[in-house]
Design a protein around this ligand. Sequence first.
Ligand SMILES: NC(=O)c1ccc[n+]([C@@H]2O[C@H](COP(=O)([O-])OP(=O)(O)OC[C@H]3O[C@@H](n4cnc5c(N)ncnc54)[C@H](OP(=O)(O)O)[C@@H]3O)[C@@H](O)[C@H]2O)c1
Length: 383
Amino acid sequence: MSVLGEHLTDDQAMNLAMLEAEKGAGFVSPNPMVGCVILDSHGRFLSKGYHKIFGGPHAEINALEGLSLEQLESARVFVTLEPCAHEGKTPSCAKALARLPLKEVIYGLVDPNPLVAGSGANIISEAGIKTTLYNKNHENLEEVCEHFLMNFRSQRPFVSVKIASSLDGQLGLKTGESKWITGEVSRQKSRYLRAIHDVTVVGKNTLLMDDPQLNIRHDNFPEKENKILILDSTGECLKFPGLRIFETHRPENIFVAVSDSMNHAEGPAENKTERDSSSLAQVLKVQRHPQGGLNLNELLRKLWKLGVKSVFVEGGAQAVSSFIEQKEAHRLYLFQAPILLGANSGKPWSEGVSIKKMSDRISLKNPKIQRLESDLLITGRLF
Ligand SMILES: NC(=O)c1ccc[n+]([C@@H]2O[C@H](COP(=O)([O-])OP(=O)(O)OC[C@H]3O[C@@H](n4cnc5c(N)ncnc54)[C@H](OP(=O)(O)O)[C@@H]3O)[C@@H](O)[C@H]2O)c1
């Protein structure tokens, strides 16, 4: 926690800018999360800011708010992403910075758009202000805006898979009982993660066995509604309109992915008049995958066309496993509780994943471990 006037090193300033950026999670998509920290001419903390809401002022403008030209004389600005050159919903941040008596602007990542990369920095340096691409912590800086970078570079949604597991890798018992594996703090964090993704994905078995609501229920997001996607090749869940998921979410916010061989009508739920099986949800037809289940690549391409930028897969075992097996999962969130459920009695969360040789093992990139009361949250990049 930085206080006005505290001396910060460059690394501390950029780390603080990254923490600021994270505060925009769940509010700025499809824009990137960006944070900014300003130090005065003596390297003392002056202010910080972040991009708070899509369409609202960018991080740099929020950090500059209330500062006088005197305070900004020879100040240094740290920002996690190159200041924008273009005028969109808001004026160009690069032009705003170029008008100030700054000494230096240090930015964490180059604009990912190759057509405009460097233009923001050019506008600032042409005004006589030094611009520096920060040459450390690249992985963590990319991680701050990984949804945006995936969307921009690959034109596809970012996919996170989440599982609550025992120490011995079980997500529940073979009997189907799985409540609760982890403690309340982990479950709250999980609802936070649900809130910062556009769509929550669940397998049919979990839906029918657990009857979850899968809504957000997190104090930071009192108004936010998530979308739901149910993996269900035959559309069986549509026979159960009493499921809590259909009571909790509006039909236009629920997708059911079925096999393209089914004769369910594809199309938006709002075009359907009655709340019968065909009006509970929007049906998406996709091919089956040769290894079983639905073809997730095709499904994600359909979701992208519908404007979905990020997906949070919440189980069960087959759903999570198949996103990993089909190499369509970008980040793993594993909540691990200090309990044992036993290999004979438990259901392993990775039951659908096969590794033939040790050299094929899947290693998390840039793994991080966080303690949540007596649980651990282990996260890292998959593919
Ligand atoms: N601890 C946790 O974090 C956690 C989280 C969620 C659930 N659970 C537990 O997990 C258990 C259920 O897990 P589960 O593995 O049996 O089922 P699941 O993953 O919930 O559902 C699997 C079903 O989804 C359908 N599906 C369609 N396309 C798929 C695809 N590409 N990949 C995977 N599934 C696809 C398949 O049914 P069709 O063939 O009919 O399409 C498949 O049988 C329950 O006991 C639940 O309580 C635990």
